[in-house]
Design a protein around this ligand. Sequence first.
Ligand code: DHE
Length: 560
Amino acid sequence: KALQLKTLAWSVAAALSAASGIAMANTAPAITEAEFEQGKKIYFERCAGCHGVLRKGATGKNLEPHWKKTDADGKVTEGGTLKLGTKRLESIIAYGTEGGMVNYDDILTKDEINLMARYIQQTPAIPPEFSLNDMKDSWKLLVPKDQRPKKQLNKVNLKNVFAITLRDAGKLALVDGDNHKIWKILDTGYAVHISRLSASGRYVYTVGRDGLTTIIDLWFEEPKTVATVRLGSDARSVDTSKFKGYEDKYLIGGTYWPPQYSIMDGETLEPIKVVSTRGQTVDGDYHPEPRVASIVASHIKPEWVVNVKETGQIILVDYTDLKNLKTTTIESAKFLHDGGWDYSKRYFMVAANASNKVAAVDTKDGKLAALIDTAKIPHPGRGANFIHPQFGPVWTTGHLGDAVVSLISTASDEAKYAKHKEHNWKVVQELKMPGAGNLFVKTHPKSKNLWADAPMNPEREIAESVYVYDLNDLSKEPRRLDVAKDSGLPESKAIRRATHPEYNEAGDEVWISLWGGKTDQSAIVIYDDKTLKLKKVITDPAIVTPTGKFNVFNTMQDIY
Ligand code: DHE
C-alpha cells in the first residue's frame, strides 16, 4: 500500500513537474499530461540506463533542459536540451550520433521520437526513494523453505541449464543444454538484465530493469519461482554469497534508482539491509545519483565487490556481520560499468568507460592494483581469460567505441608466469575488429577460440555476425560467422543483433542470441566451438528478443 501511494505520488509529482517544466522553462515545447506519462515510460525503458534518471548523464550525455559547468581551469560551458531544440533532438534520437548514441528509428515510431524530443526538454521527474520497509512491503515468499524439495526432483543436468533473458517479453527461458530443448519459460521483471547462480547451483536469481528480483528453484519437477522482491525502480545487478560457509546464505542487489545496494536472505529474498551509495565522486563533487553497476562475489573472502558508476568508487562489502557492516572504499575512475575476474580470481577487472580505463582491484589486499589505459569505451561483459603464448595470463575486453579487442596482462603468484611481470596491467595486444560496437567477449579454459560480438555496430552485416579469433595464432584475421543467416529465419526490417556468446558446461559449444525486433520470433544459434560449424538453432514463437544467457556451471564458477 505504501508503495502504491508512493508510486501515485510520483505520478502526481511528475505531472506537476511537467506543468512546472512548461511554466518555468518558457522555451520548452508544449506537452500534455498523458504525453508526459508516456514519455516517462519510454525514457525509463530506453534512455535512463545511459543518461540517468535525473538526466545528469553517464555513459550517455547530460539531458537536463539546461546545464552549466565550470572546468578545473575555470572555463564555464553551458548547454542543455532546450538549446538543442526539438528538430535537432529528433534527428539525434532517430539516427544516433558518432559519439555512441544508437539510432531509435527502428524501435520508436516517428510520433514517439517527436514526443521524446519534447519530453527531454521538460524538467526531469524525480522518482520516489525506496526504503528497507518498502522492500519488505514488496516481498512475496511464494514457497517457504520447508515446502521445497529436499532433493532434486527432475533428471535434468542442472549444471548445463541456460538461463536466457527474453528482454522485451519480460520473461526468462530455462533451456536444457544437453538436449537443446526449452525446459520452462517463467515470468520475471521487465527486461531481466542478468541472471546469477547461487553457490550451490540450485537457485537462479534474476533482476529486472524495473527492480523486480526473482529466485527460481531448479530442484522442482519444473523450475519454480519461490520468492520475489522489489529492489527499487531501476536495477541491473545481483550476486550471491559464494565464500565457504556462506553458500546460498545472502543475495545482494544493486539499484540505479534509488542509488543503493540491498542485502537479502539468499533462499527467501527477505530484505535485511539497504545501504545508500550517494556521496563524493573521485573528482571531489557530490553526486545525487551514483548508480550501482556491476556486483561480484569473491571466492576467496566473504565479500562482494560493488562498483558505483558515477562516483568511480569501488566498495568491498564484508558480509560476515550485517549489523556492523564493514566496507572498504577504493577510489578508481568514472564511470564504472561491467567487469569480471582475472584468471587467478584475485583481481576484479572493471571498465571505467568514460575514462577509457580498466580498474584492477586486488581483492586479497583490498586495494587498487592498477588503472589501465585502453582504447575507447571498454565494455567487457565479464571479459575473457586465457594464457597468451607470449604474455602469460591475459584478461580481454572489447570496446563500444573502438574497432579492437584489448588483451591486458594480469598478475599471477605462479612461478611459471613470473617472467611476464613487466607486462602486468598493460594492454599487451589489440586484436582488430571489423568495426566498433562490441559488447561481449568469451572463451573457455578448454577452448582455443575467443569469441567477440559487435551488436551495436550500425552496419547490419557486422551487427548480425560474431567474430572468432584463433588463440593459437592471434595474428590471423578473425573468422566471421553470419548468425542471422545461419538462424534460417526470414529477413526482417529490424537488425537482428548477434550477441552475448556463452559456452556450455563442457566448453565445446557456443550459444549466441539473435536479438531481433521487439515482437519478432527470434533464435538462439549454437555453434560447435572446434569446427565453428552450425550445430543447432533453438527457435519458438516464445523466443522474442533473447539477450543475456547464463550457463549454470560457468556462471556459478565464474568461468569465462
Ligand atoms: Fe547491460 C551487464 C548496465 C544496456 C545486456 N549491464 C551489465 C552490467 C551493468 C549493465 C551495470 C553489469 C551487471 C553485473 O555484472 O553485475 N546495460 C547497462 C546499462 O546501464 C545499459 C548501458 C543501458 C540500459 O538501459 O540498461 C545497458 N545491457 C544493455 C543492453 O542494451 C543489453 C545488450 C541488452 C539488454 O538486455 O538490455 C545489455 N548487460 C547485458 C548483459 C549483461 C549486462 C547480457 C551481462 C553480461 C555478462 O556476461 O555478465
